[in-house]
Design a protein around this ligand. Structure first.
Ligand SMILES: NC(=O)c1ccc[n+]([C@@H]2O[C@H](COP(=O)([O-])OP(=O)(O)OC[C@H]3O[C@@H](n4cnc5c(N)ncnc54)[C@H](O)[C@@H]3O)[C@@H](O)[C@H]2O)c1
Length: 346
């Protein structure tokens, strides 16, 4: 039976890929992460699923962690990274250190213990500066040049680790004679996606803020939201397709909406009837983002099933339940852009 490693299998996308593969029952899945995912213990407790599942907890920015990976893997999903705008703005040096170490450790490990297929998770952040500064076409195809804006701005530390990862995998793979697949995720959303993102922040604010007007940060900025189930099918489809070997794909959704559309839709779902007010958003936030996904559609039949309203509704329901039950995020809860800006200029 096929052996699969999901490194970053405790994270949002990773734990959903793990569950999807375990449910298929056609491979053994090792989920490796520095933290345990909420679904690991449920899978481990289910005698029909646990046969297909092995969790490994360690810090994979340390080379010694790889000694715990005792199987001969056919497929490796490399998803582990420090993610999130707030963390990147607050702790850019750590983002650079951990993300590049994770990439280099994986490459050193596969040089010694070859695997058949490997997929690296990259990001639309890689071309955020290209669309903003050079007015590149949106929806954006995979052939767009990648670039960073002002190198003194911490925002670009995350993007540069993703560019580094893409180039490191592509060029190391040539020497090792395999063809990595790269997926650039674009605003993947769903229950338990973390708390450092736009939708959890908006739901948190609607749950807590009384009174009107409700500020819409970055009201005219655009995004295209993709539901997690679609992203999982797209990622596994890319991994398992012969056509996708050595290729780069956008995994996301085609529907470009404004932050105003997003916020007022969530407001409607949460019975808000007050006024809205446009406001400036986080420093460095990209103006427009929407992927062209034709290449994934043509090469391996990628086909997102959930439209943006369904994706946002399902996500909002989970977060509304979380916040109205009085729970508090361990990290990544809403902090106003004004406060983040002030902490950056200290
Ligand atoms: N969610 C999105 O919309 C999106 C967009 C673009 C790119 N991505 C990329 O996709 C991947 C998965 O993203 P996600 O949304 O699931 O993020 P996530 O933060 O939920 O998952 C990343 C996982 O990596 C793990 N990790 C971090 N440092 C580690 C270390 N030293 N050792 C072991 N594990 C470590 C984290 O604990 C976390 O579980 C990331 O590489 C991210 O950059 C995601």
């Amino acid at each position: 039976m096929k052996e699969v490693l999901v490194l970053g299998g405790g994270g949002f996308i990773g734990r959903n890929i793990v569950e999807y593969l375990v449910n298929r029952k056609d491979c053994h899945v090792t989920a490796a992460d520095i933290r345990e995912a909420s679904n690991w213990s449920m899978i481990a407790a289910d005698s029909k699923k646990s046969l297909y599942f092995k969790p490994v907890l360690d810090d994979f920015a340390e080379k010694s962690a790889f000694e715990k990976l005792d199987r001969q893997f056919d497929e490796v999903y490399m998803l582990a990274a420090i993610v999130g705008v707030n963390r990147t703005l607050r702790d850019p040096a750590e983002v650079i250190r951990v993300n590049t170490q994770l990439t280099m450790n994986v490459l050193d490990w596969v040089a010694k213990k070859p695997v058949k297929r490997i997929l690296f998770s990259s990001s639309s952040e890689n071309y955020a500066a290209t669309t903003d500064l050079f007015d590149a076409d949106v929806p954006t195809s995979e052939s767009i040049p990648l670039c960073v804006g002002d190198v003194t701005h911490p925002r670009w530390t995350y993007a540069i680790t993703k560019m580094h990862g893409e180039l490191a995998f592509i060029h190391s793979a040539k020497a090792l004679n395999y063809k990595p697949t790269i997926v650039r995720y674009q605003n993947i959303i769903g229950p338990e996606m973390g708390f450092g993102h736009a939708i959890p922040h908006i739901v948190e604010r609607f749950s807590k803020e009384n009174g009107s007007p409700f500020k819409i940060y970055g009201h005219d900025q655009t995004r295209a939201f993709c539901y997690i189930d679609d992203a999982v099918r797209g990622t596994v489809g890319a991994m398992e397709s012969d056509n996708a070997r050595g290729q780069i794909y956008h995994i996301g959704n085609r529907e470009e909406i404004t932050m105003e559309q997003l916020t007022t839709y969530i407001g409607g779902l949460m019975d808000y009837s007050g006024k809205y007010e446009p406001a400036d958003t986080y420093p460095g936030s990209v103006g427009r983002r929407c992927p062209n996904i034709d290449k994934a559609v043509n090469d391996f039949g990628y086909s997102p099933k959930n439209d943006w309203k369904e994706a946002v509704r399902l996500t909002t329901e989970w977060y509304q339940e979380f916040f109205t039950s009085g729970r508090i995020p361990e990290s990544g809860g809403f902090e106003p852009p004004e406060k983040i800006l002030a902490s950056m200029t200290k």
